[in-house]
Design a binder for this molecule. Sequence first.
Ligand SMILES: C[C@@](CO)(OP(=O)(O)O)[C@H](O)COP(=O)(O)OP(=O)(O)OC[C@H]1O[C@@H](n2ccc(N)nc2=O)[C@H](O)[C@@H]1O
Ligand SMILES: Nc1ncnc2c1ncn2[C@@H]1O[C@H](COP(=O)(O)OP(=O)(O)O)[C@@H](O)[C@H]1O
Length: 306
Amino acid sequence: MTAAEDVRPVAGPGHRLGAAFAPAKINLALHVIGRRADGYHLLDSLVAFAGIGDTIEAIANPSTTEPRLTITGPFAAGLEAGPGNLVLRAALAHATAGGRIDGFDLRLTKSLPVASGIGGGSADAAATLRLLTEIAPLPATAADTLRTQAERLGADVPMCLISTPLRATGIGEVIEPLPGFPPLPMVLVNPGVAVSTPAVFRGLARADNPPLPALPPVFSDAEAVAEWLKTTRNDLENPAIAALPLIAASLAEMAATNGCRLARMSGSGATIFGLFATWTEAERAAAALSNAHPAWWVVATTTAGS
Ligand SMILES: C[C@@](CO)(OP(=O)(O)O)[C@H](O)COP(=O)(O)OP(=O)(O)OC[C@H]1O[C@@H](n2ccc(N)nc2=O)[C@H](O)[C@@H]1O
Ligand SMILES: Nc1ncnc2c1ncn2[C@@H]1O[C@H](COP(=O)(O)OP(=O)(O)O)[C@@H](O)[C@H]1O
C-alpha cells in the first residue's frame, strides 16, 4: 500500500476549532475476578496511557447540522466512518445531553491499530467527548455528565477520559488514579490481526481469579513497576493466544530483546508490550523487532507518569 492510498480525502478546507489526543490504553496487569449476571466481567486492572495515539479534530463547516466524519492516517483503511464509529457515537451522546453538534465536521487521524487491546475506539470516544465539551459546552441544565456519557459508550471509555495511570475495577468504570506513578519506556507490537474482545472473554477457562496483589505506596521507577508486575497477570492472555497463537510468538520475541524487563499482552490483544528501564533500550528493541518483522506494527513510546 502506498502512502497516498493510506490517506482518505478530508472534507472541505476549514478553520480548525479544536483537537484532542486519544492515547493508547495499556493494561499493565489485567485480572478477571468475576462475572456479572449480564455477562460483563469484573476486572482489576493497572492501566497507563502511551505517548502514541489517535487525534480528533473539529473543522468548521457552517453549513452542516450534524458532523460528518473523515478518517485519515495509517490505520484508516477498514474503519467505517458511519454512525457506528465511536467518534460519531460520542458526538451523538453529546447532542443527546444537550450539547450543540452543528457547524463543524470531525476528522480522525487513526494511528492505532483497530480492535487491538489498546482501546483505540474507546480513546477516540473519550477524546471526542472532551473536545466537544470544550468547543460546545453542555448547558448547566444538562442531565448527563461527561462521565455518564462515557460509561454508556463502553466499559473502557471512562478510564480513557482520565488518561493518567490508574487502577480500574468493576467492569472497568470504577477508577482510582495512581499519583506518583513513573513514566514507563515501552515497546508496543501488533502483528496486524484483529482480535474480538467478546470472543476472548468467552474463551476464559475461569472468571473467578484472585485480584491484584497490594500495590506499594509508591513505585520508585520503571524497574520497580516491572518487578511488581511480575507478580500479576493478564488473564485474557491464554484465551487470546488460543484464538491467535501468533501472540505467543510475539511475546517470546519481545521477551528475548535486550533489556526487556517484562513482556505481556494488553487488554484482549493482540497488541503486546515490552517494558524497559530506559528509552534507549526500548528504541533499540523496537528497531530490532521492526527489522525482523517489517509487517508488524512496532512502536517505541513512553507512558505518561503522574
Ligand atoms: C478487555 C478490555 C480491558 O481494558 O480492553 P480492550 O481489549 O477492549 O482494549 C476492556 O475491558 C474492554 O472494554 P470495551 O472495549 O470498552 O468493552 P465494551 O465495548 O463495553 O464491551 C465489549 C464486550 O466485551 C466484553 N466485556 C467487556 C468489558 C468487561 N468488563 N467485561 C466483558 O465481558 C463483553 O462481551 C462486551 O459485550
Ligand atoms: N474510532 C474507532 N476506532 C477504533 N475502533 C472503532 C472505532 N469506532 C468503532 N470501532 C469499533 O470498535 C471495536 C473495538 O475497537 P477498539 O476500541 O480499538 O478495540 P480495543 O480496545 O480492543 O483496541 C472495533 O471492532 C471497531 O470496529
